[in-house]
Write a protein of this length. Structure first.
Length: 90
């Protein structure tokens, strides 16, 4: 059964992420704010991937010395989901 989670980001241009997950596989993602082209690319690349693989690939990526990035925030979102720190909204 699919679940949709929401994550309010910190320190990046994208303010909110929604990710649709089914049995730890990413089915879809929406990004509100940020660099549209880059976030469309990330969405295309992560669809069908296991959340653990996405976390491993994206965690720690930095954008312009901010100490985080949209990909890093996505990894944090998925980690929070795995650790039951955020709940599904749908």
């Amino acid at each position: 059964m699919s679940e949709v989670i929401q994550y309010e980001t910190s320190g990046v241009c994208c303010g909110l992420m929604q990710v649709k997950i089914n049995n730890d596989i990413i089915e879809d993602a929406q990004f509100f704010g940020g660099c549209n082209g880059n976030l469309q690319g990330i969405k295309s690349l992560i669809k069908g991937m296991n959340i653990d693989d996405v976390i491993a690939k994206l965690k720690g990526i930095d954008c312009g010395g901010k100490g985080t990035s949209c990909p890093d925030q996505l990894a944090k979102c998925l980690l929070a989901y795995k650790n039951n720190e955020i709940k599904a909204v749908k």
